[in-house]
Design a protein around this ligand. Structure first.
Ligand SMILES: [Zn+2]
Ligand SMILES: [Zn+2]
Length: 130
């Protein structure tokens, strides 16, 4: 019984720390390495709770998100929704439309075109059959 309650508490406290760190983006300027006996200062931008010397391998889960957060290069693209074609700047290479509105319109246009193509096919089929 006792063992279960302390275990649960410890787990909860750990996940809270991680949540707070992610939300704040910086991780506090006056922390030291969590490894016993190590007093290495941690950078405010280090998402880990341990220094670089002690973070080899076993904390890969904490290191991975920082790699993704690296700022991406911005690029100028043209809206893929043809009636718009507006120039826009994005750092997301997968972004094809200048706005959500254009993305939705393009999606609807594609759905309509698909439906028309389908109708055309069934009409042609019906004509052939009769
Ligand atoms: Zn350390
Ligand atoms: Zn657009």
């Amino acid at each position: 019984m006792e063992y279960r309650s302390t275990g649960g508490l410890r787990g909860r406290r750990l996940s809270l720390q991680v949540d707070d760190a992610v939300r704040a983006k910086t991780y506090g300027a006056h922390r030291v390495c969590a490894v016993d006996g190590c007093e290495t200062r941690l950078s405010a931008y280090n998402p880990s709770t341990i220094c670089a010397l002690h973070s080899g391998g076993w904390r890969d889960e904490l290191k991975r998100p920082t790699r993704k957060q690296r700022p991406r290069e911005e690029m100028t693209r043209y809206c893929s929704y043809e009636p718009c074609g507006r120039e826009f700047v994005t750092s997301n290479p997968a972004k094809k439309y200048c706005s959500d509105a254009c993305r939705m319109k393009a999606f609807q246009a594609r759905a309509v075109a698909a439906r028309q193509a389908e109708l055309g096919h069934s009409l042609a089929g019906a004509r052939r059959a009769s």
